[in-house]
Ligand binder design. Structure first.
Ligand SMILES: [Zn+2]
Length: 266
């Protein structure tokens, strides 16, 4: 089915049918999917079709990707931009290819520079290149999506790096609407990052994963995972940071959870 989508124009991709089992997969495996309105869910499905028709999915080393695998990855990537893009606007314009390894993989002698961020040291779970490539390990995708509310998701993480890089620099600050927003972002994220470093130095338990202390881009990617997977707790414990992320994503999952009246602690 995805091969068929690949040859569709935007209009055709938007109009194409979306199989019921893919919708179920999204509702079960994608964080916040149950909080979306019917219109938002329909838009997410259209974005998934567009993503699938415009981006190349490749299995590394002969790994055979199924349609379900592509849907799980595409839906998470598209959730991040659901309220930021329209169906006729560019969708991850710098991204060409999603390369998927069957499991965590080893790469030796890989240089690091400003264009790439690599998760882990020798054994990698995923990586995001600002020039057209996201690399994922399928077992990390599975463990991240097994529980959509555990605060960890390698797909959200790697695509957060893509968003971060869209303004030309993978620096932990995504493209914002105004100079004022950059100023507030810089103040809030800077303060939270410093607090995380301080807590770790003092061996205090932190809600934000220690991996976020690696550098500013990792901090951004880690808090994006929390924003979608543990929005209530992020809002309660890091209110200003939550508010800035909510402005950026144009989405307030914590408010939706409260409105939905779910008492489950997240
Ligand atoms: Zn990262």
């Amino acid at each position: 089915m995805f091969d068929w989508w690949r040859r569709l124009s935007r209009g055709e991709a938007i109009a194409a049918a979306f199989p019921a089992q893919f919708r179920e997969l999204i509702l079960r495996r994608v964080p916040c999917a149950l909080l979306l309105t019917a219109d938002e869910l329909a838009k997410l499905e259209a974005l998934v079709r567009i993503f699938s028709s415009e981006k190349t999915f490749e299995g590394a080393g002969g790994f055979a990707l199924t349609e379900e695998m592509r849907v799980v990855i595409a839906a998470r990537a598209c959730l991040l931009v659901l309220h930021r893009v329209e169906l006729d606007s560019p969708l991850y314009p710098d991204l060409d290819t999603v390369l998927v390894y069957p499991s965590s993989y080893r790469v030796r002698g890989q240089r690091r520079d400003g264009y790439v961020t690599i998760e882990g040291d020798e054994v990698r779970l995923g990586e995001s290149w600002s020039r057209g490539l996201v690399v994922l390990s399928w077992d990390a995708v599975v463990s991240g999506s097994a529980n959509p509310n555990d605060g960890h998701d390698v797909v959200l993480h790697e695509f957060a790096h893509q968003l971060d890089a869209e303004d030309g620099a993978m620096d932990g600050t995504p493209e914002l609407d105004s100079l004022e927003r950059y100023s507030v972002w810089s103040h809030v994220a800077g303060k939270e990052y410093a607090a995380l470093l301080d807590d770790l130095e003092r061996h205090r338990k932190t809600f934000i994963d220690a991996y976020g202390a690696t550098n500013a881009p990792e901090f951004f990617a880690v808090v994006v995972e929390l924003f979608f997977e543990k929005p209530l707790t992020l809002e309660r414990r890091h209110a200003e940071l939550y508010a800035e992320l909510s402005r950026f994503f144009r989405f307030d999952p914590a408010e939706r959870l409260r409105d939905a009246g779910t008492g489950s602690p997240r």
